[in-house]
Design a protein around this ligand. Structure first.
Ligand code: GLA
Length: 411
């Protein structure tokens, strides 16, 4: 090698080494607003197949839900078969006979993205092969298949002192995904056990804050070592975490049970509150057989716009009375989202004089004093203008339901 090219070679190596620390990072700018899509778990559990995913993708387009923003079609647990002789994971050949690449092609052809699921332990929660010790191979395989999103669970990661270090485990998969080179949203699912909001900002794009949600308004169902939680039970755990939410770093209060709760009011209230929380909007109801009532809740563009607000400030309760909560969320252009949540089973009549109750947010520093300036009100479920803050709001909210408004400074 001539002296000059030798020097160039050494310079290239030094340059690459200098880049190394920057290399270990999550993919930027792919979750600047909370991810939106569908996931198989809440409704189908382990009963997944390529037909289910294909039919869901098709119906996501024909129902208009893709165009409302639901882009990710996420295959949760139980898609896995065996690893091949070289250790590469393969899908269950009975449930996914055409393979995951063909499924990703089907999904991509419809303008959607494909998500997949794995686990940081030896086995997933559904006892399929986990990624522990195969992180780089698995990430490479997902990238080859054309996967766009990975939910990464925390079952079978060892007990007590032998348990994997969660920071190390999630960072390893983040690095593996980055090395595989295909941008993928990385969803951390360790149920909030290790306070991911404190350390995962550079690791994942979203992190679960609690155990699993279930399709009830308010309940806690024990399963031995863990419990699943109702909508209100999960909602009540979010307040201390709001300061950690920001573009690219979302608290994940788990997937939507919209369409799986018994009443329209509950579905509407649950959806509204997840939007107030700047939560990922990943729903689980069956798309091909979805009733119009459920579809119309999920497709409410005004509520979606609150969830997807570019500031990414998570909302907060500014008033609580028995069975009743008033929530606020600062939005772009000086707007505010306001939600009046009736948690109780009976109707609640409210009278709210805006001018007597300013709202202050110590996290964002945004404040509003309605006695100084009036705001125009849009009722997001009625889908129409609803006066201004110059006059008190008088409304009766049915049991387990919500009134959600968007306030905009008067022009
Ligand atoms: C855990 C997760 C759920 C789901 C199941 C799959 O319980 O928290 O969201 O992914 O595993 O087995």
């Amino acid at each position: 090698m001539k002296a000059r090219s030798c020097l160039q070679f050494v310079a290239a190596i030094l340059f690459s080494l200098a880049l190394l620390p920057a290399y270990a990072q999550k993919f930027p700018a792919i979750a600047d607003t909370p991810p939106m899509g569908w996931n198989s778990w809440n409704k189908f559990g382990c009963d997944v197949s390529e037909k289910l995913i294909r039919d869901t993708a098709d119906a996501m387009v024909s129902s208009g839900l893709r165009d409302a923003g639901y882009i990710y079609i996420n295959l949760d647990d139980c898609w896995q078969g065996q690893r091949d002789a070289d250790g590469f994971i393969q899908p269950d050949p009975v449930r996914f006979p055409s393979g995951i690449k063909a499924l990703a092609d089907h999904v991509h052809a419809r303008g959607l993205k494909l998500g997949i699921y794995s686990d940081a332990g030896s086995q997933t929660c559904g006892r399929r092969a986990g990624s522990q010790g195969h992180e780089y191979q698995d990430a490479q395989q997902y990238a080859r298949w054309g996967v766009d999103y990975l939910k990464y669970d925390w079952c079978n990661t060892g007990e007590g002192k032998a348990q994997r270090n969660p920071r190390e485990a999630y960072a390893t998969m983040r690095d593996a995904l980055h090395a595989a080179g295909r941008p993928m949203v990385f969803s951390i699912c360790e149920w909030g056990d290790n306070q991911p909001w404190e350390w995962a900002g550079n690791v994942g794009h979203l992190w679960r804050t609690t155990g699993d949600i279930t399709h009830c308004w308010e309940c806690e169902e024990g399963h031995g070592s863990w419990s699943s939680l109702g909508v209100l039970n999960i909602l009540d755990k979010q307040a201390p975490l709001r300061k950690y939410a920001k573009p690219g770093q979302w608290n994940d209060p788990d997937m939507l049970e919209v369409g799986l709760l018994p009443s329209a009011g509950e579905n509407r209230a649950h959806f509204s509150m997840w939007a107030m929380l700047a939560a990922p909007l990943i729903f689980g109801a069956d798309v091909p057989s979805m009733p119009a009532e459920v579809r119309n809740i999920l497709a409410n563009r005004d509520v979606i716009a609150v969830d997807q607000d570019a500031l990414g400030i998570q909302g907060f309760a500014f008033y609580k009375a028995p069975g009743l909560e008033y929530w606020a969320r600062p939005l772009v252009n000086g707007d505010w989202a306001i939600a009046f949540l009736n948690r109780s089973d009976t109707p609640k009549k409210i009278s709210h004089d805006w001018r007597k109750h300013g709202i202050g947010d110590d996290v964002s520093g945004r404040n509003v004093d309605f006695s100084v300036a009036a705001y125009d009100i849009r009722d997001l479920w009625a889908g129409k203008a609803a006066g201004t803050t110059a006059t008190p709001l008088q409304v009766t909210i049915p049991g387990r339901d919500i009134v959600m408004l968007r306030l905009s400074p008067r022009k």
